[in-house]
Design a protein around this ligand. Structure first.
Ligand code: ATP
Ligand code: MG
Length: 351
C-alpha cells in the first residue's frame, strides 16, 4: 500500500504553466522529500497528488489504480499542512477522531484508535484540552495525530514544522522520523529546511520551475549533483562556483591558477567546491590566498568569507573553529577528491 506513480503531469492555472511534465514513482514505505525555491511548484504537486486540485494533463496512480479523476476523499491519503487547522471548539480527542466519525466509525471504535495514536505521539495527557490550551508543537502533533488516526496509505506533509521554533523543529523532526519507521507508511514531505531534507529523506526530489532537476538519496545529491542548480541548492553554506578553463595540463581558474592536473573531458567551465572541502594551509601549499572579509565563529565551526584577487569571494567552513580574524590573509587548499566540474550548459562533468 502507498505506491504512488506520477506520469507526465502538467498543471496550469489559467495561462500560467506551473508543473511542466513531472514523472516519478514512489515505492511503498518510502520517505520522499520535495525541495526547491519558493514558487517552484512543490505545494501544487502535493495538492495534485492529494486530489485537491485537478491536473491539466498526465496521470496519477496509487497502488496501480488510476486516481487522476478521483475525489480527494476517495484517494486514501492524509495531508498535513503548515497551518494545521484544528477545530477550536473541539477537544484534542474529538479533533483527532473527526475524520473517523465521517468514515462512519462508532464512538467506541474512534476513541480506541485515538487512544492508540495518542500513545504513539505522547498526547494522552492532552486529550481533553482544547487547541487554544496547547503549545505550537503540541498542536502540530495533534494535526499529525489526526492524519495518522485515519490510517491512510500515504501521508503528504507540506512544511509541517515551519511555524515552530528551532528547538521544537529538531525534536519534532526526530519524532516524524521515528514515526515513519514505526508506521512504515509512504510519506511525501515538502520542506525548505536543508537539514530536514537530508536527515528525513530516503530520496530527495529537487524541483525548480515546475520540473524535477534531480532525484536521489541525500548523499548522492550532495556528492554528485547533476547540474549547477542542484550543486548550489543542496548544501549550506552553498557550494562555491568559480569560472575555470581546460589548460595544457588539467584545469585552471580564469586567472591561471592550476586546480587539478587531471584532464576533465567535456570542456569544464565552472569549478565547484563546497566550503567544507577547502582547508586552511601554509602559503607554500595553497591553491589560492586572499583577505578574510568576514569571520563568523560559531564555536564548533568558523565560516570565513575570503576575497581572492581576480577570483572573488570564496566561502570556507573550518570545522573546529579558525584562529583567523577579519583583515588577515587566509591560504586555501582545495580537497582534490571533492572537486566538481560543470560545462557551459551547467551540466556535471564526470571525472
Ligand atoms: N490557485 C492558484 N492560482 C494561480 N496560481 C497559483 C495557484 N496556486 C499556485 N499558483 C502559482 O503556482 C506557482 C507554484 O506555487 P506553489 O505554491 O506550488 O509553490 P511552492 O513551491 O510550494 O512555493 P513555497 O516554497 O513558497 O511554498 C507559483 O508561481 C504560484 O503563484
Ligand atoms: Mg509551498
Amino acid at each position: 500500500m502507498g505506491k504512488i506513480k506520477v506520469s507526465n503531469v502538467h498543471k496550469s492555472f489559467g495561462s500560467v504553466h506551473v508543473i511542466k511534465g513531472v514523472d516519478f514513482e514512489i515505492s511503498e514505505g518510502e520517505f520522499v522529500v520535495f525541495v526547491g525555491p519558493s514558487g517552484c511548484g512543490k505545494s501544487t504537486m502535493l495538492r495534485l497528488i492529494a486530489g485537491l486540485e485537478p491536473i491539466s494533463s498526465g496521470t496519477i496512480e496509487i497502488d496501480g489504480e488510476d486516481v487522476t479523476h478521483l475525489e480527494a476523499a476517495d484517494r486514501d491519503l492524509a495531508m498535513v499542512f503548515q497551518s494545521y487547522a484544528l477545530y477550536p471548539h473541539l477537544s484534542v480527542r474529538d479533533n483527532m477522531s473527526f475524520g473517523l466519525k465521517i468514515a462512519g466509525k462508532s464512538k467506541k471504535q474512534r476513541y480506541a484508535i485515538v487512544d492508540d495514536v495518542a500513545e504513539v505521539l505522547q498526547l494522552q495527557p492532552l486529550l481533553d484540552r482544547k487547541p487554544a490550551e496547547l503549545s505550537g508543537g503540541q498542536r502540530q502533533r495533534v494535526a499529525i495525530g489526526r492524519a495518522i488516526a485515519r490510517e491512510p496509505s500515504a501521508f503528504l506533509f507540506d512544511e509541517p514544522l515551519s511555524n515552530l521554533d528551532a528547538a521544537l523543529r529538531v525534536s519534532m523532526r526526530a519524532e516524524i522520523s521515528q514515526l515513519q519507521r514505526r508506521l512504515q507508511k509512504t510519506m511525501i514531505y515538502v520542506t525548505h529546511d536543508q537539514v530536514e531534507a537530508m536527515t528525513l529523506a530516503d530520496r530527495i526530489m529537487v524541483f525548480s520551475d515546475g520540473i524535477i532537476q534531480q532525484q536521489g538519496a541525500p548523499l548522492e545529491l550532495y556528492d554528485r549533483p547533476q547540474n549547477l542548480f542542484v550543486a548550489t541548492f543542496i548544501g549550506s553554506p552553498n557550494m562555491n562556483i568559480l569560472p575555470c578553463i581546460s589548460s595544457k595540463k588539467g584545469v585552471e581558474l580564469k586567472n591561471g591558477t592550476p586546480i587539478t592536473d587531471k584532464n576533465i573531458a567535456g570542456d569544464p567551465a565552472h569549478f565547484g567546491i563546497r566550503p567544507e572541502h577547502i582547508k586552511l594551509c601554509a602559503k607554500k601549499d595553497a591553491n589560492i590566498s586572499g583577505k578574510v572579509t568576514l569571520a563568523e565563529h560559531l564555536g564548533v565551526d568558523s565560516f570565513l568569507l575570503v576575497d581572492v584577487p581576480e577570483i572573488g569571494a570564496v566561502n570556507v567552513r573550518v570545522s573546529g573553529g579558525a584562529q583567523l580574524g577579519e583583515g588577515e590573509i587566509a591560504h586555501l587548499k582545495f580537497d582534490q577528491k571533492r572537486m566538481h566540474f560543470f560545462d557551459k550548459k551547467e551540466n556535471r562533468l564526470e571525472q
